[in-house]
Design a protein around this ligand. Structure first.
Ligand code: ATP
Ligand code: CA
Ligand code: CA
Length: 422
């Protein structure tokens, strides 16, 4: 699918794609409001709605300055039900996606997918390949079964599947939950599969301001893993167990656990240092800025005068995903402006951490993968540790790695790991 990325970059300014996405989703979600809510039927999963957007406008669509295009919405009624289950009101969904510009994220992945994030940090748009979109369509009944039975899950939340069609080309994309708050400077970020084969971030990636590291980097940085309080550990591992069982049942492979780490103690130290610097150079007039990255990001929740507590992760937090409720959340200091619901943990130095995480990239099924990468050569090079393997083996190894290498159960005793107000 390299042509596809190339074509977008060469012939289509991504701003045109963004604008079309916003017009399309606005029409699609807005148009649904006239259809009364009802129970879902099996047929709803297979529906594809197509709307034509001519530049001059139509009775369904506004006029615009871009090339004429078609916009497809897959399973509109099914996804409306999913959004409802996930607690997203149609108006809020449209406000987040259509009312302000989208930001493009740099993607460390190799697939060439494009990622956009909404200005309020809630939603991620990811372009997917034809096969992946087809797979998601097939997955919908099973996905429905899972999310209606199981509130505690770290699987991606799919809020929509769409296709932008223009000049004979199709760009398919999903709308998902954002796992990592982009307005808060996470101290570390890992994309882990439980494999060691080629699982080290490239030099190029590591030179970035906020790199996404991999399994081997984690093992190097945290040889003792991250300690969680017993109940938290059990809840997390149980959730991962259920999720990997579901993924295995669909023969899905090659997914990752995305883990963002915010170090509260390090953040406090950074704040103090900045405050001291400000004192030492009193002629600098601007007030004290806790995190310079935040202000440089443009449309952050902070600049709009709202705190993270109300702006980010209002739909689900990691703590809710593993515990199934909003209580029992972190007891971090009230004035610490970080998104709520991070999972409390400690690193090897005993520093207090908040962890944001979720499973990503689940649209790769074994049969699709096999044709692409599961070659005899790859098997011979490293039959056991290569990241492409049977789905059950993949699931097992993924779980084992996270349950033993990444997360550890804190030893009970006087050094309780729960964050207590100090
Ligand atoms: P590849 O197939 O080469 O692994 P991809 O294009 O399919 O890559 P993903 O693996 O889905 O992309 O994601 C790539 C990176 O994008 C992740 O490592 C993570 O940094 C970021 N990312 C993906 N999904 C999310 C999400 N829901 N929330 C926050 N960040 C995400
Ligand atoms: Ca991936
Ligand atoms: Ca992928």
């Amino acid at each position: 699918d390299a042509w596809f990325l190339e074509w977008i970059q060469r012939a289509k300014p991504t701003s045109e794609l963004m604008a079309a996405i916003q017009l399309g989703i606005g029409q699609s979600v807005g148009g649904l409001s006239s259809k009364p809510e009802r129970d879902m039927l099996m047929q709803d999963f297979g529906v594809v709605e197509v709307v034509f957007f001519p530049g001059e406008g139509s009775n369904l669509t506004p006029a615009h300055h871009y090339s004429d295009f078609r916009f497809k919405t897959y399973a509109p009624v099914a996804f409306r039900y999913f959004r409802h289950l996930f607690g997203i009101q149609p108006d809020d969904f449209m406000l987040s996606l259509c009312d302000e510009h989208l930001k493009e994220l740099s993607n460390p992945g190799a697939s060439g997918s494009i990622f956009y994030i909404t200005y309020d940090d809630e939603f991620i748009i990811k372009t997917v390949q034809h096969k992946e979109a087809e797979f998601l369509q097939k997955l919908l009944p099973g996905y429905f079964l899972n999310i209606s039975q199981n509130k505690r899950t770290l699987l991606p939340k799919f809020y929509g599947l769409y296709c932008y069609q223009c000049g004979g080309k199709n760009i398919r994309f999903t709308v998902m939950n954002n796992l990592l708050p982009s307005t808060v400077k996470l101290h570390e970020k890992y994309d882990m599969k439980g494999s060691t084969y080629k699982r080290k971030a490239s030099k190029h990636e590591r030179s970035k301001k906020s790199p996404t590291l991999k399994d081997l980097d984690f093992m190097e940085n945290h040889p003792d893993g991250l300690s969680l309080e017993k109940d938290t550990y059990d809840a997390l591992i149980k959730t991962l167990q259920r999720d990997t069982r579901v993924l295995e049942s669909f023969k899905i492979m090659d997914y990752s656990l995305l883990v963002g780490i915010y170090n509260l103690d390090l953040a406090n130290k950074e704040k103090q240092e900045l405050a001291q610097e400000a004192e030492q150079s009193p002629n600098q007039e601007q007030g004290y800025t806790p995190n310079p990255e935040i202000t440089s990001q443009g449309h952050s929740g902070l600049q709009r005068g709202k705190s993270f507590k109300t702006r980010i992760g209002q739909y689900s937090t990691p703590m809710e995903s593993i515990q199934g409720n909003r209580e029992l959340m972190d007891d971090q200091d009230e004035d610490e402006d970080v998104p709520p619901g991070g999972i409390p943990a400690r690193n090897e130095r005993g520093e207090r951490l908040l962890i944001y995480l979720g499973i990503i990239d689940i649209l790769q099924s074994f049969r699709l993968k096999k044709r692409l990468e599961h070659t005899v050569k790859a098997m011979v090079i490293d039959g056991d540790t290569i990241s492409v393997h049977r789905p059950s083996y993949y699931a097992q190894r993924f779980l084992q790695f996270h349950a033993t290498r990444v997360f550890k159960k804190a030893q009970p005793g006087p050094t309780a790991l729960k964050h207590s107000p100090s």
